[in-house]
Structure formats: C-alpha cells, structure tokens
Design a protein around this ligand. Structure first.
Ligand SMILES: [Zn+2]
Length: 418
C-alpha cells in the first residue's frame, strides 16, 4: 500500500475512533477532547496558508534577507497571540533568533523550539514554490522545519481558543542556523532549556508519524602519526612509514565502536604522502564518532590513547585527539515517561506514534545536554527531508496540532519531574 493510501486509512481511523468514543464504546484510551480535535481539524486551511507563505520565502542558513522575512512573519503571528517577541543576534551565524513568550496562570514552564533556516539556496522557492498534490504539500523546508513553526504557533492559538492558561510560561524559540549546527543559538538554547521544565522540539514528525526519543551526540576523532622519510626504492628500511602505521591505528581504533551501545566509530579522512616512491613521514586520519551515552566519549578517548601505544612500526609517534561536538540526547526513564504521555494522547485519537532514535544531532541535543527533559519530533509529518521531493502530510496537521496542544495541557496539569 502506498503512503498516501495508508494515510487516508489512518484518517478514516481517526474519524471512526472519535465517533466510537462519542458513543461511549469501551476503549482503553482516554476519551478524545472533542472540542480540541474539532478546532484542530478546522485550523487546517489557515495552517496550510501560513505554511505556504513561509515556504515561499527562501531562508537557507546564511540567507539574511529571507531569514529576516520569515522572522517578521513569525513575530507578527506570535504578537497576534499576545506573545512578547524578542529578537537577538545569531552571531557568529546570520540573522536574528526569535524568542516569543506567553505568560499564564499556572506553574509549568514549557519551551517549544523550531528553526526558520532550510538547506536550500536562494532561488529555490521561485523555482519550485509551495504546491499541493493530493494530500501532500511540497516546497523547500515544508516539513523541515516550516511545518514545525506553524504547528507551534497554532497549538498556542488552540490553547487560547480553549481558554487554557494553566501554565506559567510558554516560550517559542525559532532558530536561524539549525542546519549548520546552531553555532549562533547553542548558548540561547542551553539557557532557555535550563529555565523551563520541559523542552519539546518541533523537528519533523518522521515518515512513519513518530517522535524522536533519543539522538546521538557527536565527536571528531583525529590520529596524527609522525614517521621518517626515505627513498622507497633505495633505502626503505631507513624510513618509518607513517601511512602504514596510521592504517594499523585506524583499523585497531575502529574496534572501539560498540553495536550494543549504538556507539559508532568511523574513520573517514586519510592524508599521507605525496609521491609513491617516498616513504611518508607524516599521516593524518580523521573520523566521526556518535553515541547516545556521554560516557562513551570518555571510553573511546581513553581507548584511543591506550591503543596508540600499540604500534606496528617502531620509531613512529602516534597521538590521538577526540573533540566533543553536540552532546547526546539519551533515552532516559524521564524521556520514556514523557513519551508515554505523548503516546497516550495520540491514543485518544486511536493513533499510535512510532518512537524513533536518530544518529543525527539536532537542537534537542543541546536542550538535553543542558539537563532539560526533552522530546523531539513534534512537527508536521513528512518525508524526503533535505531533498527536492521534501513533502508534508496535510492529513497530519489536525492530529499533530492535537498532540502538541494536549501535550502542553498535560505537562501543565501534571508537572514533569526535574
Ligand atoms: Zn530541521
């Protein structure tokens, strides 16, 4: 069955479940909030038209004009919701990060995060503007992450329509440089995450309609080998072959990966020698490490230093380096409890979220690294991310709006333990 057909079936499933719940049929899930689901369903045309406006502005990372235009639209929408809007420089990245806040009458502090930058160059929106085909919308950044921005704004709108104010503060951060590792936003993310009880990141909702419950952290690896040059024909024995030693080190250090712990070690760059008849006196290897557990970075760092002592070619010098990048967002009992709450909410619609992990890092890593209870994937559902076929499932707008709105209500009413 193709995805469109499956989604149509899911959509029917929602309608049937809602009807059954209405009739008081025996269901394991809590009853759907009919009022909210009706409002989420009615919001679709407006959500779609705001999505269209945002997609039709090129806002690739570094494209200042487009980022400013998107920021201005988001600011105007947030102000319509009575939110206070602040912009701050995203230096060393381009543009201005937007922080919109809304105060309520309760105690919970909830951080929503999305990003306005895309991976697409200026001119893309004109070349292939927003379009709808069947139940899918297409265009640059339609799911990643303009879909996330509109879901966040409309969830807040639905809360207001429901006159739900039982939170202390809802904060929406819209980042200008997520696609290039958020160098201009990482401090802001960490500071805001620490000031809130829970962080819900609005990266796309995955192809299979899921949440992201863990993400790997990253590190760059380096092996430096010093050897001794010699003529490869006349006196190879006088040389100390740095390339051969580097190859040996690379192979033994690659065993530091650990499948059971989802730790990967991949050496990806190798530089040594200039001429085939010269024994090379230096070699440089670089690699990529990913792990879901921060302790793994320590283990691999120590393992590399220990293995560097085990040389194959005497007289070479080997030094290693591990440079930590983004912190991991690990699966913890706290995130599992949050994910279970999201699953229960989706269950009210007769729907099921897939719980996924990703080797790719995102802003949720920074929030989690700052100690915040963090879940990701609250954006719009779609696929073909970062390609010209990127799409958003329009059928996901109502259930995803329902999910985020109810999630905010839920964590407001029953606090997330810090
Ligand atoms: Zn994204």
């Amino acid at each position: 069955m193709d995805r469109a057909a499956r989604h149509k079936m899911m959509h029917c499933g929602v309608a049937i479940t809602v009807a059954l719940a209405f009739q008081g049929a025996a269901l394991a899930a809590a009853p759907v909030n009919q009022d909210l689901f009706a409002r989420a369903t009615q919001a679709r045309p407006e959500v779609t038209s705001l999505l269209e406006r945002l997609v039709n502005i090129d806002s690739g990372t570094g494209s200042e004009k487009g980022l400013d235009q998107v920021g201005a639209i988001v600011a105007a929408e947030a102000k319509k919701l009575g939110m206070r809007v602040d912009f701050s420089s995203a230096a060393p990245a381009v543009g201005h990060n937007l922080v919109a806040t809304l105060s309520g009458t309760g105690t919970a502090r909830i951080l929503l995060m999305a990003h306005m930058d895309t991976v697409f160059a200026d001119g893309t929106a004109a070349a292939r503007p927003f379009r709808i085909q069947g139940e899918r919308a297409y265009g640059p950044g339609v799911m990643d992450d303009k879909g996330g921005i509109v879901i966040a704004l409309y969830a807040i709108r639905l809360l207001q329509q429901m006159q739900f104010t039982n939170f202390k503060q809802i904060t929406l951060l819209v980042n200008t440089n997520e696609e290039t590792s958020s160098k201009g936003t990482v401090k802001l993310i960490a500071a805001l995450a620490q000031q809130h009880d829970v962080t819900l990141n609005l990266e796309p909702g995955r192809v299979a309609d899921g949440l992201v419950v863990w993400r790997k952290g990253t590190a760059d690896l380096q092996i430096d080998v010093k050897g001794k040059s010699a003529h490869a024909g006349v006196a190879p024995e006088a040389g100390r072959n740095a390339a051969m030693e580097a190859a040996h080190q690379m192979l033994q250090m690659a065993t530091l990966g650990d499948d059971a712990k989802k730790t990967t070690v991949n050496f990806t760059v190798f530089h040594a020698g200039e001429r085939s008849n010269v024994i090379p006196n230096a070699a440089l290897v670089r690699g990529d490490m990913r792990a879901t557990d921060a302790a793994e970075f320590d283990r691999v760092e120590q393992g590399m230093a220990r293995m560097a002592e085990k040389k194959q070619i005497a007289g070479t010098e080997v030094s290693t380096r591990l440079v930590r990048g983004m912190p991991p967002m690990p699966a913890t009992p706290r995130t599992a409890a949050l994910a279970a709450r999201a699953q229960a909410i989706y269950g009210e619609l007769g729907m099921k979220l897939t719980m996924e992990g990703s080797g790719g890092a995102a802003d949720a890593n920074f929030a989690s690294g700052a100690g915040a209870a963090t879940l990701d994937g609250f954006g719009i559902v779609g696929g073909a991310i970062h390609t010209e076929d990127e799409y958003a499932e329009l059928n996901s707008i109502a259930p995803r709006l329902y999910l985020l709105t109810r999630m905010i209500m839920d964590v407001s009413t029953t606090p997330v333990p810090r």
